[in-house]
Structures are given as structure tokens and as C-alpha cells.
Design a protein around this ligand. Structure first.
Ligand SMILES: [Zn+2]
Length: 456
């Protein structure tokens, strides 16, 4: 009862202060933030502090985790503190107890959002009226009426389970994640993700609150970033991109393409001599190379590392090339496995999901005018028109107008898109093979073979 009374008095006092002089409140907030960023703890609601720490993911920084991505450098903070003329505060009342403090400084703007005078994130403000739905490992938040596809949700849960296993997460940590869940903000379009994150991006991890934000309901790449940070727990803020992105690509693919597809591109780039992982071991080398080349090759090499090293050694390497400033020395060749092991890996690696030649005997499982499918132990043989939509359930293919898998072919390419996740799950691109063999048509139908694992 006493506590309740105290709370009521505090609320009345707070409201009175803000009603009397709201500007002063925000000024005090900003100057105390400039002199000591840790003072923002006083402005954070308890539930926000709890939620940002519940997974135990920390970063080696000397300011609150909540400020990651939204804090000026120490130098700029000093300049602003010493000269209040160098910044200007604008306060916007957003209604329903929400307000927005915009700080204009020489190099741009800083934005802080408040609810009843307590600090909240821009992501929490912009998703304040969203719906919530939980799965095994995730708490999805999405705009009303736009829930994530349930097949995609199941795929993401399965992916999380597999990745936690690869990461050698303890059973208790897996159970903890099932209990607490990863917050996944599902933004169905580009405008929404721009509103939530300030970026026109496909997806991003917001480290300050452990949020995965994505335009796709099953963004394996971003979830990989979050899961390795969960495994490490006490993280450095930056990791050398060869390892950071290499890991996420090896586990989760990139840009709407599954890991196998990207790794296959990496294998082609490495084997054909278009690119070499050694060029990516320096930070400059990685940054200078186009991401469509650097990411697949880094992914391939990280896949090799995870195959070649025990996982603790891999994590040690990953952590060794992390720091709090983002400047990195080149990764030393002496820290990597023997080159002969890498060459052996390249010879044996096989990420091809679609083949044009496969001599095994196939038994027919579907025979229509526009689609014929045969099966062997490892592959399905397709004769198909293009484009075509199919479903695959309980070992059977079915032609349906709203089919989950969309197959498109021409003589240069075969693509299979999983419309549930928005991911390309199998592809053959003539230009990305050393043989350069075109896709053939037999009796008016495109002919190729697809690994069973693509559908099963
Ligand atoms: Zn990434």
C-alpha cells in the first residue's frame, strides 16, 4: 500500500514537473547524458532494462547497451557539453504520452523517444501498436493483420535449433532461449523497415535490444548473427567482417538465397580464380571487394573453418578478431588451418542443389503434360514447363495455382523460390559453372535434377 502511494505521488510529481517546464526536463536529460551516458539508466523503464538483458548478451562498452547505435563519440559529446550553442533541442509531442526529442548537431540529428517521460527506443515507439505472436524460439511482432507465414515460422524455429546445435550451445541455454525468446520485428515492406530502423534494408540486428528486424519472416542470415552473439554472451562490439559475415553466410545464406546457394557461388569464385579468400583477410581487402563476391567467399572459408576446427577453436578465432573500435589487423595465415586442408576441402565440397546430368535410374512419381517428376535416392528428376507452381507434401508433388514452390527456367538458369520464406532454395546458373552447360528442353519441357533435401 505504501509503495503504491509513493508511486502515485511520484507520478503526480513527475507529471507536474513536466507540465510546468517540459523543456527543462529534456535539457536536463540531454546534458546529463552528455556528461555521463550511464545516467540514461535513470530514464529507462525497468521493463526495458530487463528485456535488453534477459538473454545475457553483453558488449564490451563503457556506456549502456541501450545506446548502441545511438550515441555520439566521446569527442563530440565533450564539444557539445562545453558549448550548448553547438546543438539545438526540438521537442515534439506525439500524443498518448509519447514525445520525441530531436537534437540537431553539426553532423546531423540525434533522436530520442519517450513514453511518459521515460526513454524508449525508436523501434519500440514505431511498433507500439503492433501485434505479437510467439513460436518455439521467437516472439514475432508485426503490423496488425500482417502475421508471418506459419511455414516460414516453422522453418525459422528449425533453423534456430540446428544453428544452436552447431554453436554447441548447452541444453540449458537452448531451454533459456525457448523460454525468453528472440524478439523478431517482421516488417512486411520497405517503408515499414525504414520507419522501424531508419534504414532501407532487407534486415538488421539491433544490438541495443537484441532485436532481429527483417522484411522476411525467416531471415536466416540475421538470426545467425544474433545466435552466435547469444552463444558468446560476453561479446565485443565489432568483429572482423571476414568472420562476422562469413559465419552468417555459412549458416544462413544471404540476400534471399540459402546458405547452399551462396556457398556454391563462393566455390565457383574461388575455383575459377575470380576471387581468393586471402584477399579478404585484411579489413581493407574485405571492404574494397564487392559484397556479392566477398560474402560468398568468406562464407565458404568459414564453412571450411567450422569443418576443420573444433567449434571452441573456431569461436576463439572469431573472438580474437573482435574489438570495440572496428579497426582490425589482417587475420594471420599462421592462425588458420593448413592450406593443404583447404585445398582438400575445395576438391570435396559440393553445394550444388540443381544438376543437369545425373545418370541414376529414376522411378516416376508424377506424370502430367506440364510436369513430370521421377525420384532416386538423392535427387528428383524434373521435366517441367516454366513458370510453374508446385507443392510438396508427404513425399508427393502437386501442381497448384498457389503452390509454395515457384520454378522458373530458361536455357541459362533454373530457379526454385520458396514463396513461404521468400528465399531462393535452389538454383542453377550456367554462368556460375566451369562447364558452362545450358539447360536443355526435352519435348517442350525443361530437364534438370534437384537434390531431395531442397524439398524434404
Ligand atoms: Zn550480416
Amino acid at each position: 500500500m505504501n509503495k503504491l502511494l509513493l508511486l502515485v505521488i511520484l507520478i503526480i510529481l513527475t507529471l507536474n514537473i513536466s507540465a510546468l517546464n517540459p523543456t527543462k526536463y529534456y535539457e536536463e536529460f540531454f546534458t546529463s547524458f552528455l556528461s555521463d551516458p550511464n545516467s540514461i539508466q535513470n530514464y529507462l523503464p525497468e521493463e526495458t532494462i530487463y528485456a535488453a538483458n534477459v538473454l545475457g548478451i553483453t558488449y564490451d562498452i563503457n556506456y549502456p547497451k541501450f545506446l548502441i547505435g545511438n550515441i555520439p563519440t566521446e569527442n563530440i559529446r565533450k564539444i557539445l557539453l562545453n558549448d550548448p550553442d553547438k546543438y539545438q533541442l526540438t521537442i515534439n509531442d506525439l500524443g498518448e504520452g509519447y514525445s520525441h526529442l530531436e537534437v540537431s548537431i553539426i553532423h546531423g540529428k540525434l533522436n530520442y523517444f519517450f513514453k511518459n517521460l521515460q526513454l524508449i527506443s525508436e523501434a519500440d515507439y514505431s511498433t507500439r501498436n503492433w501485434q505479437t505472436q510467439e513460436s518455439e524460439f521467437f516472439r514475432f511482432r508485426f503490423p496488425t493483420g500482417n502475421p508471418p507465414d506459419l511455414i516460414a515460422v516453422k522453418q525459422l524455429d528449425d533453423f534456430a535449433k540446428l544453428t544452436l546445435n552447431t554453436l554447441t550451445c548447452s541444453l540449458s541455454k537452448v531451454e533459456q532461449l525457448k523460454e525468453e525468446k528472440i524478439n523478431y520485428l517482421f516488417c512486411p515492406d520497405e517503408d515499414t523497415i525504414d520507419l522501424v530502423t531508419g534504414f532501407r534494408t532487407r534486415g538488421i540486428c539491433l544490438l541495443n535490444q537484441d532485436y532481429v528486424v527483417s522484411r522476411f519472416p525467416a531471415h536466416f542470415h540475421e538470426v545467425s548473427h544474433m545466435l552466435i552473439n547469444y552463444r558468446i554472451q560476453e561479446n565485443q562490439l565489432f568483429t572482423h567482417p571476414f568472420l562476422l559475415e562469413g559465419f552468417a553466410v555459412a549458416m544462413g545464406g544471404r540476400g534471399g538465397k540459402t546458405a547452399e546457394i551462396i556457398l556454391n557461388i563462393g566455390l565457383f569464385l574461388q575455383n575459377s580464380g575470380f576471387a581468393n579468400y586471402e584477399e579478404l583477410l585484411s579489413l581493407e581487402g574485405f571492404i574494397q571487394m564487392d559484397a556479392s563476391i566477398s560474402y560468398p567467399v568468406a562464407g565458404l572459408y568459414n564453412c571450411f573453418l567450422m569443418n576443420n576446427l573444433d567449434f571452441d577453436s573456431y569461436l576463439n578465432l572469431y573472438r580474437k578478431y573482435g574489438n570495440d573500435n572496428g579497426n582490425f589487423n589482417s587475420i594471420q595465415i599462421t592462425e588458420l588451418p593448413l592450406k593443404s586442408d583447404w585445398e582438400k576441402f575445395l576438391i570435396n565440397a559440393d553445394f550444388q542443389t540443381i544438376a543437369l546430368n545425373n545418370k541414376t535410374n529414376y522411378s516416376s512419381i508424377l506424370n502430367t503434360d506440364s510436369l513430370k517428376v521421377g525420384q532416386s535416392k538423392e535427387y528428383f528428376e524434373f521435366h517441367t514447363k516454366s513458370p510453374i507452381k508446385i507443392d510438396f507434401e508427404a513425399g508427393k508433388f502437386q501442381l497448384t495455382v498457389s503452390g509454395r514452390f515457384k520454378i522458373t527456367c530458361n536455357e541459362n538458369e533454373v530457379n526454385i523460390l520458396d514463396t513461404a520464406t521468400g528465399n531462393l532454395v535452389a538454383t542453377y546458373v550456367n554462368g556460375f559453372t566451369l562447364e558452362n552447360q545450358p539447360v536443355e528442353k526435352q519435348n517442350g519441357l525443361w530437364h534438370f535434377f534437384v537434390k531431395r533435401s531442397v524439398f524434404e
